[in-house]
Write a protein that binds this ligand. Structure first.
Ligand SMILES: Cc1cc2nc3c(=O)[nH]c(=O)nc-3n(C[C@H](O)[C@H](O)[C@H](O)COP(=O)(O)O)c2cc1C
Length: 199
């Protein structure tokens, strides 16, 4: 599918038919997600993929009964490791010469060390990028999606055993639409939100 078609046709779908995604499709989707850009190539995202119906049902309850969570073929919980910058970061630059790698790793450590707000910002930036890649890739594969933050973050964290130094950014549910999304809520005009060179 053409990129612009995927962008135009991606909508937040709330009703999915009973459909099982193949392991290959899930793999293709996540392999696309990890090509999304991250600052310093930190790849701080961590993806929990949920296919088991009983777990999707529990996530549906923790999402205040939003049915798309139970009906979706796949629920992806996008998490991030807040301390990824400190965990053997050389591997983010394994393909480049050692001297450049060392410079990047030092710069990365200086950038994140002791800066909890920046660590969280980076988590949200990376997961936001990955979420959009997942939604567009899914659309190209004949699937629909819904990005979600409407769930109990504390309870979902417990359910998935989220490590203390990780954070949940959002969920993306993926499935075969049984009903199209309702018409667009209304887009702001570019003239209201685009500014040339400064506000
Ligand atoms: C971060 C984020 C969280 C969202 N959370 C929910 C949610 O919990 N439940 C839901 O039905 N839609 C959710 N949405 C979908 C938005 O309502 C939807 O993107 C918006 O209305 C625009 O519609 P569209 O995605 O079909 O273009 C969320 C979207 C984003 C980006």
């Amino acid at each position: 599918m053409d990129t612009f078609d995927a962008i135009k046709n991606r909508r937040s779908v709330k009703n999915f038919k009973n459909h099982e995604m193949t392991k290959n499709e899930i793999h293709q989707l996540l392999e696309s997600a990890i090509l999304s850009p991250t600052s310093y190539n930190i790849q701080n995202w961590r993806f929990i993929i949920v296919t088991k119906q009983d777990l999707k049902d529990q996530l549906c309850s923790l999402s205040y009964g939003q049915r798309q969570v139970a009906e979706a073929s796949l629920v992806i919980i996008l998490c991030a490791d807040l301390k990824a910058w400190a965990k053997n970061p050389e591997r983010y630059w394994i393909n480049i010469p050692e001297e450049s790698r060392k410079a990047l790793v030092d710069s990365m450590r200086n950038s994140y060390d002791g800066k909890s707000e920046l660590q969280r910002d980076e988590a949200m930036r990376s997961c936001g990028m990955a979420a959009q890649t997942i939604m567009l890739a899914a659309k190209s594969m004949g699937y629909d999606t819904c990005p979600m933050k409407g769930f109990d973050y504390d309870k979902v964290s417990k359910l998935i055993n989220l490590p203390d130094d990780h954070v949940i950014s959002m969920m993306v549910v993926v499935g075969k639409a049984i009903k199209p999304a309702s018409s667009r809520g209304g887009q702001l005009q570019l003239s209201e939100i685009m500014f040339e060179n400064s506000f």
